[in-house]
Design a protein around this ligand. Structure first.
Ligand SMILES: Cc1ncc(COP(=O)(O)O)c(C=O)c1O
Length: 344
């Protein structure tokens, strides 16, 4: 009885969604990569680079929940923020275009002479772009919201990275999608590697594991060593999971140790492509024909490869790499030069 009640509450919450992507995304094995690494277990990939919204990515899932709320609240415009190569901002621009909402993006740094990668796509998708100098994590959103209110508009505020609980529900939903695919394939990953940066994807996955009863462990690879609004990602994830347990009516507790990120690969700083990351990107491109990006998935993928090669805990295990998208950043000049050199 209690379980049925929990299930009903969770499905009501998870039903507050507007479809923006094409789901389920593919899940398949990377056998040539396994052989190239000499790995004794199996490696699978979940293709959220194929979500179908203006070149895909994990943020499509969050936006299905965030945009549902924006429309339910009668908003006519959306504000969000990020770095100039933000995939989240590019996908928000695409979601707004699809739903007929005005999109405002607050992007760190100064306006470049030429637009490339995600910045180019965000602009093509019709977003109004506000360059915010040093502020790359949404510090200027309240001021812009005030200006839009004064113009008689009703903006919906999407936090940095789309990482509030509403956005995180997208990844609770994703884990239910994964559970169905795993059942069909009769496999169960021991570990799921993901890029974690603003925390919403990771938090949603933890909640989705609790809800679906999957037995796998998340290995969140830290992308950005800087804090967000004075909080560590661990704190943000823990707060979101605690809030989510209530909202979904789960009778489970969350061990803060599970929120811990793998920080071994973030020392170079956000968006700085290191040589081993460049080589890992090239390895996946040349063994499987799959592109990962120089900021998020390239770093997480390198982290996974490094761990599988040096940490005996992973030997013989079933591993899932969750591709969270982001490849348009490859075409930003600085990355194109570094990656193009690799292919020369
Ligand atoms: C391609 C890609 N992967 C992973 C992430 C990390 O997701 P989250 O911000 O929810 O931690 C992002 C965030 O921008 C991203 O763009």
């Amino acid at each position: 009885m209690a379980d049925r009640h929990i299930h009903a509450q969770a499905s009501e919450v998870l039903g507050r969604r507007i479809q923006l992507g094409l789901f389920p995304t593919p899940l398949h094995r990377l056998d040539r990569l396994e052989r190239a690494l000499g790995f004794s277990g199996r490696i699978y990939i979940k293709r959220d680079d194929q979500t179908g919204l203006a070149s895909g990515g994990n943020k499509t899932r969050k936006l299905e929940y965030l945009m549902h709320t924006a429309i339910a609240e009668g908003c006519d415009s959306v504000i969000t923020a990020g770095a100039q190569q933000s995939n989240h901002c590019r996908q928000t621009a695409a979601a707004c275009a699809r739903l007929g909402l005005e999109c405002h993006l607050v992007l760190g740094g100064e306006e470049p002479a030429a637009y490339g990668g995600n910045l180019l796509l965000s602009s093509m998708l019709g977003a109004t772009i506000h360059f915010s100098g040093e502020h790359r994590k949404g510090e200027d959103i309240p001021e812009l919201a005030k200006n839009l209110h004064e113009q008689g508009k009703k903006p919906y505020l999407v936090p940095y990275g789309g990482s509030n609980l509403t956005g995180a529900f997208g990844f609770v939903h994703a884990m239910l999608e994964l559970a169905a695919q795993l059942q069909q394939l009769s496999i169960m990953p021991d570990y799921i590697f993901i890029a974690s940066s603003s925390g919403g994807t990771q938090a949603g996955m933890h909640l989705g594991i609790m809800l679906s009863g999957l037995s796998c462990r998340i290995v969140p690879v830290s992308i950005d060593k800087d804090e967000t609004g004075g909080h560590s990602i661990e704190d943000i994830v823990q707060a979101l999971v605690t809030e989510g347990i209530q909202a979904l009516g789960l009778s489970k507790s969350f061990d803060p140790q599970d929120a811990k990120l793998l920080h071994d690969y973030d020392a170079a700083g956000y968006g700085v492509l290191t040589e081993p990351e460049r080589q890992a990107i090239q390895l996946l491109a040349r063994t499987e024909g799959i592109l990962v990006d120089p900021v998020y998935t390239g770093r997480a993928f390198y982290g996974m490869v490094d761990q599988l090669q040096k940490n005996p805990m992973y030997a013989g295990k079933t591993i899932l790499f969750w591709h969270t998208g982001g490849f348009p950043a490859i075409f930003q000049e600085q990355y194109a030069q570094a990656l193009g050199r690799a292919l020369a």
